[in-house]
Design a protein around this ligand. Structure first.
Ligand SMILES: Nc1ncnc2c1ncn2[C@@H]1O[C@H](COP(=O)(O)OP(=O)(O)OP(=O)(O)O)[C@@H](O)[C@H]1O
Ligand SMILES: [Mg+2]
Length: 279
């Protein structure tokens, strides 16, 4: 097995580190009910209030099907909320997608007919904020850091699952989003690749400080990455508990596991979530 370690971001920091910071995200009374094709009403989320400071890193955990992806879709403006408001940087989202938000979806969303480099550059081209040379420079930089330069001309079908996830991460980071939404982005990766890609994400976050809202089923991952872990209930999801993670930053994803704070916060998260599975 080849363990692919992503190259250190420190060697060449992303451009303009001081200029870009995340936007605050405020959720007030968010509720969402779906009408299914068979005519049933499914209440996915119920009265969620959450304030995320600019540049914060919030991880959301909760039982499968409780409404986590729905919540991210409401923040992204892909779903309209039924009740309540989503505000990004003081502006109400209201079912409108903005290019300040990067989204790494739960499903594989690479375009199979585009090469790796074109998949990464697509968002940049769409946003239209960089000229060709700047755009190329940013893509080169991301490819290098994610150890993908050798496959830049390959198509997604020619890559491993872990490589595809790294391409998707680069595509989400390319626009240097103010708010980065990540829906179980590393779920299917092996332990070593996952740790390596988490390390890269934390370094990117340290240098540009976007606001990150990250969904995972992996409680170890949640505590390793988060400022706060938001534990959701079973559907319809409401906030059951918020755990403030006491681990210092900057963090090394390999070293944090040895700290007493990691164990304490992991146990607290486990207990809060475990309660949702009691009968
Ligand atoms: N477009 C839709 N139409 C009808 N029901 C939907 C729709 N989208 C989601 N749902 C329902 O809303 C509930 C929450 O779905 P959601 O995908 O948000 O869960 P989740 O917490 O992300 O689950 P998982 O952890 O399995 O990814 C589920 O019962 C799902 O079936
Ligand atoms: Mg989901």
């Amino acid at each position: 097995m080849t363990i692919q370690r992503l190259r250190s971001v420190e060697a060449r920091p992303p451009e303009a580190p001081a200029a870009v910071t995340g936007y605050p995200v405020v959720l007030k009374g968010i509720g969402k009910t779906f009408l299914t094709q068979s005519g049933q009403l499914v209440k996915a989320i119920d009265n969620i209030d959450l304030e995320i400071e600019a540049g914060g890193f919030v991880v959301i955990v909760g039982p499968s099907g409780c409404g986590k992806s729905t919540l991210l879709n409401c923040i992204a403006g892909l779903e309209k909320t039924e009740t309540g408001t989503v505000t990004v940087n003081g502006h109400q989202v209201g079912g409108r997608v903005t290019d300040d938000v990067g989204y790494m979806f739960q499903q594989d969303t690479l375009f199979p007919w585009y090469t790796v480099e074109k998949n990464i550059a697509l968002g940049l081209r769409y946003a239209g904020k960089l000229n060709h040379a700047e755009s190329r420079g940013r893509v080169d930089h991301l490819l290098e850091m994610a150890d993908l330069s050798s496959v830049r001309k390959s198509y997604p079908s020619e890559l491993s699952g872990g490589m595809r996830r790294r391409v998707a991460l680069c595509a989400a980071l390319a626009i240097q989003p103010r708010v980065l939404l990540m829906d179980e982005p590393f779920g299917a990766l092996d332990t070593f690749t996952k740790a390596s890609i988490q390390q890269y994400l934390l370094k990117f976050w340290d240098s540009l400080r976007p606001t990150v809202i990250f969904v995972t089923h992996d409680l170890e991952e949640a505590v390793t990455l988060a400022d706060r872990v938001v534990v959701l209930s079973r559907r319809p999801a409401y906030i059951k508990e918020i755990i403030e993670v006491g681990i210092d930053r900057p963090r090394d994803v390999y070293a944090v596991k040895d700290t007493p704070e990691f164990l304490t916060d992991y146990r607290r998260t486990w207990r809060a979530l475990g309660g949702e599975f009691d009968h």
